[in-house]
Structures are given as structure tokens and as C-alpha cells.
Design a protein around this ligand. Structure first.
Ligand code: MV4
Length: 498
């Protein structure tokens, strides 16, 4: 039985994990850096430990400190959340060697899937369609050119040690091949200390569709259907939904079967995601596997009714999955909007500052997973994700209308956010009819900046200003505690008390 979990993360995902711990009567222990000493996750956790200076490398990524702390406080397990150390095979080994349970997969699954060519080889052997291309790194220009012309241009050069879009290069014809290859190898060497590059056919205007899987230590594997994550900007997802409008029953069966095959092939346990590209002919190709809990897991929770974090903890304790595949159905539709602290009109630069106002949406069909509250400081040290709004509806239209309402209710002051931009996306024809693909933000939204979508922002701005005005007035009418008059009035009701 796990008694105490050390959560090696921050922000909304740390808060999400604390909530699961509380429901399971497990002690939650948070870690925090200098910049996070007043953060929400620190105040909500049962215990909180300072772990180092603000840069992640000195705090949330500091393996020896994390392991020492876990031992010192008698943590039975570590939950890594997403990002940071969650897919670091060396860290997972260190956790296991210290006799602590890692709430996630075994390190071998992580290293195997982290190497893109070895993952492609394994998938090709395991009935999981991969994008046409090579399953080992390119060893010579001539061999590379030959393969590329067999596959047909355009092709993509990808770093073997890459992932998440880093170190990709599109090559449109043979004349560009040689220069592109050496550029790609140089980039790969710089970014991953590994110059290996392989070839994939370039898939035009695909959708990004991923399948959530989950497995226990007893050989039980289940899938929890798909999520469509095509609305993204520069590999940062912005809006996700489940199920996908593009996936019919036939394609769903193919994708989920392939996903289970992929998980079994690497002896996977705990929660994971198999990413696919799906082209307009509904051809689907394995892209990569994410060996962690993902940011967008709540949309799957809302359509299945499961608690993925509680499942993860149960699996780590050695229990079997709490459900059987045949008992899980898609119920309704869920959407997630990621709210980032960023200046949309200024090339999406991160926006920092103190949160002065945080009014969350609520009501039927709305879930908010937040990492901030009115006292939070948003620094430049970490990912700018502030909070996520997830809506559920019986139909996609209902989920969309609820999301528009939720985004309208959400008021954040102190930093700039992409709330209005999210609402703009929800109103576009391509979003409503499901015809969007991974190029939506780049092709449809970006050309409208800076002016065309301003009306969407104006309304939010006016409201925030008026709320701040009311708060300021209330604050100014508060009696001065230094004054001789010791009578204090409740600032909201005017009631007099001592
Ligand atoms: C591709 C592709 C087209 N063809 N591979 C980007 C992230 C990384 N996981 C792989 N990515 C892509 N790989 C082939 N063969 C297009 C992308 C891609 C993308 C994929 C998913 C979601 C958003 C994307 C945005 C740009 C490019």
C-alpha cells in the first residue's frame, strides 16, 4: 500500500495529483522551487519541501535532490506528472534502485520508445502501421537519396533521438537533400547529442489523433478511445477533444487495436498514449508513444468516467485495472482548452506577473484544472500553462456551447492569456464541421493577427477592467487597520465586527 506520494512537478498537474491522493487517503508531498514558494500546489499538498533555485535544472529536474528527499520523508512512491523527469529513463532507474515505486512505466519502455528508430522497428514488427520511411538512421547521402526517391518527395528528416517536433526538416526534392541532411544532423547533434537522422514520408494535412491506453502489472491492457489534438501551435496543443469527429467505428477499432499492440510490444504498464497521424483517406500511421500521463487526460476521464490518476496509483500498488474493457463506453463528448499565459498578438511571448484576479467558470458540464489562484506569481521559469477548462456535453455541440460559456466566464487579470483566442477557434466553420487539421492555427488563425479577431478580445478586457474597478473600490473603503478606530467593517457586507 502506498502511504505517501512525492509529487515531482508543479502547477495544475501537481494539483490534479494531490486531489487523487486526498481521495485515496494517501499523504501528498509537494516539492517547490524558489519561484514557487507561494504556489497553489504548495498550499494544497499535505506536505511541501523546498527543493532548490528557480531554474528547473536546480529544482524540478534535480535527480539526486529528489531521490534524497523521497528517502528522507519516507515517500513510498513518486509521481512525476508530465514534462520534467516523467520520461527520463535514468531517473526512473534511480527511483527504482532507491526502493521507491515509480508511478509510471518501467524505464525500459521509456528508453525503447524514446529512440524513434527502435520504436519504429518494434511497431513494424507488431502490427502497428508506421509512416513509410527508414527504420534505422541514414548512413550515407547516396543511400538516403535512394530511399527518399523510392518513398517519393516530399519527405521529412527526423532526429532518432528527437520527438515532439524538435529537429524535423521537410525536404521537397532531391536537389535539397544533401544540404538538408547535414543541417538536420547538425541540429540533432546540438539538441540531443546524437546526430542520427532517419526518413519519413511527409504526410500532407493530417490530423493528430492519439489513443489513451492503460495497463496493469498482470497483463491486462485496455484502451480508453481516442483524442483529437490537431488544434496546436508549434507543437503546443491548445484544444483537444474526445471522441474525434473524424474517427468512425471502423477506424476506431483499427486505431485502438494498433495502440494495444504497441503497448504490448514494449511490455508497457501504467497510463500511456500512442500518437497517430491520420490522413484525409483515413490512413493512419504510428508517430510516437508518450510514456506518461498527458496534459489532455481529462477529456478521456470525462467521456469514460474513469479517474486516470487513481488508476495509475492502483497499478503502481500492484492492483489490477479497476474496470474491464467491455464495461467502458464513450459517453458524450468532451473538449479541453489550455489556458496559457501568453501574448497572442505579440508572437505568443510568455506573459508573466502576479495574478490579480482569477474568476473561474463553473456550472453544469464544466471542469477546471488549475495551477493558479489569486495569489499566484507567474514566472518566466516554467511552462506558461496556467489552467485548463474541460467541458462535457451529451453532444459535441453542447460541449462547444458550454466551452464558449466557460471561456466567457473565465476572468484572469495580471497576465495576458489566450482565452479569447480559444473562443475564436470554437466559432470557426472548420472547427464546427470537424474539417480542421494540424495546420489550422498556422493557416487560418495566424494570418488574422493582429487585427481581425480583436472584437473577440475587447469584451473580455472591458469586463476584467470593470471587475478590477469594483475590487479596488472595495479595497479603498476598507478601514485602515492602523487607525484609532478599531471598529472593522466586513468589506463585502458592511457588517460591523471586532
Ligand atoms: C510528421 C508530420 C508529417 N509527416 N511526420 C510533429 C511532432 C512530432 N511528434 C511529429 N510531427 C509531425 N510529424 C510525417 N511523416 C507532421 C508533423 C507535425 C505535427 C504532428 C502532430 C501535431 C502537430 C504537428 C504540427 C506540425 C507537424
Amino acid at each position: 500500500m502506498i502511504k505517501k506520494i512525492l509529487i515531482v512537478n508543479r502547477g495544475e498537474i501537481a494539483v490534479r495529483i494531490i486531489k487523487a491522493c486526498r481521495e485515496l487517503s494517501i499523504t501528498s508531498a509537494a516539492v517547490y522551487s524558489e519561484a514557487d514558494k507561494d504556489s497553489l500546489h504548495v498550499r494544497l499538498a499535505d506536505e511541501a519541501y523546498f527543493i532548490g533555485a528557480s531554474p528547473s535544472s536546480e529544482s524540478y529536474l534535480n535527480v539526486p535532490k529528489v531521490i534524497d528527499l523521497a528517502k528522507k520523508i519516507n515517500a513510498s512512491a513518486i509521481h512525476p506528472g508530465y514534462g520534467f523527469l516523467s520520461e527520463n529513463a535514468g531517473f526512473i532507474k534511480a527511483v527504482e534502485d532507491a526502493g521507491i515505486i515509480f508511478i509510471g512505466p518501467k524505464s525500459e519502455s521509456v528508453s525503447l520508445m524514446g529512440d524513434k528508430t527502435s520504436a519504429r522497428q518494434l511497431m513494424a514488427r507488431s502490427n502497428v502501421p508506421i509512416v513509410p520511411g527508414t527504420t534505422s538512421p541514414i548512413t550515407s547521402i547516396e543511400e538516403g537519396k535512394k530511399t527518399a526517391s523510392e518513398i517519393g518527395y516530399p519527405i521529412l528528416l527526423k532526429a532518432s533521438a528527437g520527438g515532439g517536433g524538435k529537429g524535423m526538416r521537410k525536404v521537397s526534392s532531391e536537389s535539397e537533400f544533401e544540404a538538408s541532411l547535414s543541417a538536420a544532423q547538425n541540429e540533432a547533434q546540438k539538441a540531443f547529442s546524437n546526430s542520427a537522422v532517419y526518413i519519413e514520408k511527409y504526410i500532407e494535412n493530417p490530423k493528430h489523433i492519439e489513443v489513451q491506453i492503460i495497463a496493469d502489472h498482470h497483463g491486462n491492457y485496455a484502451h480508453l478511445f481516442e483524442r483529437d489534438c490537431s488544434i496546436q501551435r508549434r507543437h503546443q496543443k491548445v484544444i483537444e477533444e474526445a471522441p474525434s469527429t473524424f474517427v468512425d467505428d471502423e477506424l476506431r477499432t483499427k486505431l485502438t487495436t494498433a495502440a494495444i499492440n504497441a503497448a504490448k510490444a514494449c511490455g508497457y504498464y501504467n497510463a500511456g498514449t500512442i500518437e497517430f497521424l491520420v490522413d484525409k483517406h483515413k490512413n493512419y500511421y504510428f508517430l510516437e508513444m508518450n510514456t506518461r500521463l498527458q496534459v489532455e487526460h481529462p477529456v478521456t476521464e470525462l467521456i469514460t468516467g474513469l479517474d486516470l490518476v487513481k488508476e495509475q496509483i492502483g497499478i503502481a500498488e500492484g492492483r489490477t485495472l479497476s474496470f474491464r474493457q467491455e464495461d467502458i463506453f464513450i459517453h458524450g463528448h468532451a473538449l479541453e482548452c489550455r489556458i496559457y499565459a501568453e501574448d497572442v498578438d505579440n508572437n505568443f511571448v510568455p506573459s508573466t506577473g502576479h495574478i490579480k484576479l482569477h474568476r473561474r467558470p463553473d456550472g453544469i458540464g464544466i471542469r477546471v484544472d488549475t495551477g493558479i489562484d489569486p495569489f499566484s506569481n507567474v514566472s518566466m521559469f516554467y511552462d506558461p500553462l496556467l489552467t485548463k477548462v474541460i467541458t462535457w456535453g451529451r453532444t459535441r455541440d453542447e460541449a462547444i456551447e458550454r466551452m464558449k460559456r466557460a471561456l466567457g466566464e473565465y476572468k484572469i487579470a495580471g497576465v495576458l492569456t489566450n482565452i479569447a483566442a480559444c473562443r475564436w477557434v470554437l466559432k470557426q466553420e472548420q472547427f464546427k464541421d470537424g474539417s480542421f487539421d494540424i495546420n489550422f492555427v498556422e493557416d487560418i488563425f495566424m494570418p488574422l493577427i493582429p487585427d481581425k479577431w480583436k472584437s473577440e478580445q475587447a469584451q473580455d478586457y472591458e469586463e476584467v477592467v470593470s471587475i478590477l474597478g469594483v475590487l479596488l473600490k472595495a479595497k479603498m473603503s476598507e478601514p485602515n487597520p492602523e487607525a484609532n478606530n478599531i471598529q472593522k467593517a466586513n468589506k463585502w457586507t458592511g457588517q460591523i465586527y471586532e
